[in-house]
Design a protein. Structure first.
Length: 522
């Protein structure tokens, strides 16, 4: 075993453990004493304890081990149960694995084990953010759902290799009894909510509000309609029964890109469900709910809406709300998150599809105009050229994870070669060394987006998979590059840099008036 730290260092780490424990207990509204232990920082940088000469959890590199334990876990649903972790790093790894918008319920029967877990890592943020919960028996687990009525029931148990099978099965037994009882309660709550008569003529928005560059529709919708909003990106607000209860008193439910066909039991058929469509996919029309409606971010989506069965009278156009951008910047900016364009794990396992991936990547980086005006048709041509069968071909994955970002990267490189004063903003650009000098960092939040937009005189639009892109609502001239000649693009850039902005795309923005007009047509 590695030698313990010197006495002053041990004292410092003990204070860190005490601070972690205090923060975690404060977030949980409990009080636990710090267990007696020697505290040490391991080779992988994790804080851990040595008790009676033994490493906590039997491991001297708990962070590295936790990552490997869970690296192949495929988490389903918004909530999962983690069984009997022996170290806080296993909880941290589980949270990383499930990602944002999901939660972990840790089943840990003993208070001493909980104290050690809380002391080894500051877990107060996920606890306070209602992404991490703890239960030690059936009663505390049942009370957890009573205190958090919007928390969905877990879809699976996450079992660690080091978990004692007998102890794990005992915990699963009492947990499943609780879930069965709670499932019946959720069904009763949902049925009662569907029968309630609306108490107002207002709306209720159910949409995720976590910021994502060019994917912030939930926040935009919530602000535009200024009504009760259920943030479905928060695990403790995403249970179906909770959404039904919150929306029961409203005259209509408004969502982003999902409709009744995606969740038929959420509200009664006679209550309007309005969908603001900001992506190419249009949810299907449900004839049993004739008052439902679509709000299209772009009129170009109307043919797809009609093809999905929507009556023309149940469709309205409602674009992105305009952003009031301050200041007047210089040059042009390309704002996008990109990937390194390497094949995903799924593609690596499919040799024929990997061949198409590599062919598309090479061609589009060298000659992005090959995409033409129909990305799906381009992908079809490459697939046929390499004799790859259409059956089970992951077209959507290649369009989203390869072709779209490859066009963005190729456009950035072309702009640099043409000596355009372009600045790059977003995640992933550090994978391309030749563009590093033009990269201004990621865009992690709305304030960073506003700053990046304000710093530019014009914005570049190289996006292939969106109609009615939110870039046109940012209060800056926008220069589209797809399916346009290089001289025309450069001409528009020169005009924008000289203060002669090219005309943009304008669409009536979504607001309460356009929603009420659509409701009035029912």
């Amino acid at each position: 075993m590695t030698a313990l730290a010197t006495a002053p260092d041990v004292s410092c780490r003990a204070r860190e453990a005490q601070a972690n424990l205090h923060a975690g207990c404060a977030a949980l509204h409990i009080s636990l004493p710090l267990p007696p232990a020697d505290w040490i920082t391991t080779r992988d940088g994790a804080l851990t304890a040595v008790i009676d000469g033994q490493w906590l959890g039997g491991c001297s590199v708990p962070r590295r081990a936790a990552g490997r334990m869970l690296e192949r876990s495929n988490v389903r649903g918004n909530v999962a149960c983690l069984l009997l972790p022996t170290h806080a790093q296993q909880i941290a790894a589980a949270l990383d694995r499930v990602g944002e918008g999901r939660a972990i319920i840790v089943l840990l029967p003993h208070a001493a084990a909980l104290a050690l877990v809380l002391a080894c890592c500051d877990l107060s943020r996920p606890i306070a953010g209602e992404c991490l919960f703890f239960a030690h028996d059936a009663s505390s687990l049942d009370n957890l759902f009573t205190r958090h009525p919007g928390l969905p029931l877990p879809q699976q148990f996450l079992k660690l290799p080091a978990t004692d099978p007998t102890a794990g099965e005992a915990v699963i037994a009492w947990a499943q009894e609780v879930f069965s009882k709670q499932s019946a309660k959720h069904a009763a709550r949902l049925a009662a909510a569907r029968c309630r008569v609306p108490a107002s003529d207002g709306f209720c928005v159910a949409a995720g509000r976590t910021f994502c560059l060019w994917g912030d529709a939930g926040e935009a919708l919530s602000r535009a309609l200024d009504c009760d909003t259920i943030d479905t990106d928060q695990p403790a607000q995403s249970a179906v029964a909770h959404v039904a209860e919150r929306s029961a008193d409203a005259a209509a439910l408004v969502t982003v890109d999902t409709g009744r066909a995606d969740g038929p039991d959420l509200i009664a058929a006679d209550k309007p469900w309005l969908t603001w469509v900001t992506q190419p996919r249009v949810p299907a029309f449900v004839p049993a709910a004739p008052r439902d409606g679509l709000l299209l971010v772009d009129a170009a989506l109307r043919p797809a809406a009609l093809a999905a069965g929507w009556p023309a009278g149940r469709i309205a156009v409602a674009g992105w709300p305009a952003v009031d951008s301050a200041g007047g910047g210089a040059g042009v900016a390309l704002l996008a998150d990109v990937s390194d364009l390497a094949p995903t794990e799924q593609i690596e396992d499919l040799s024929s599809v990997r061949l198409v991936w590599e062919a598309c990547r090479a061609e589009l980086l060298a000659r992005p105009q090959a995409i033409g005006d129909d990305p799906a048709a381009y992908l079809h041509r490459v697939r046929v050229r390499h004799a790859v069968p259409a059956e089970n071909f992951p077209e959507a994955l290649l369009l989203e994870r390869l072709i779209a970002p490859a066009i963005v990267v190729a456009t950035a490189r072309w702009l640099v070669r043409e000596n355009v004063p372009v600045r790059l903003h977003g995640c992933g650009w550090d994978a391309f060394g030749d563009l590093a000098a033009r990269w201004d960092g990621p865009v992690p939040d709305r304030a960073a987006l506003a700053h990046a937009v304000a710093s530019a005189g014009a914005l570049i639009d190289p996006f292939i998979l969106r109609s009615g892109h939110p870039i046109y609502a940012q209060g800056r001239p926008v220069i589209r590059t797809i399916n346009r000649t290089a001289p025309r693009v450069l001409q528009d850039i020169a005009a924008a840099c000289a203060g002669r902005a090219p005309s943009g795309v304008t669409t009536a923005a979504i607001d309460p008036a356009v929603v009420r007009r659509l409701l009035g047509n029912a």
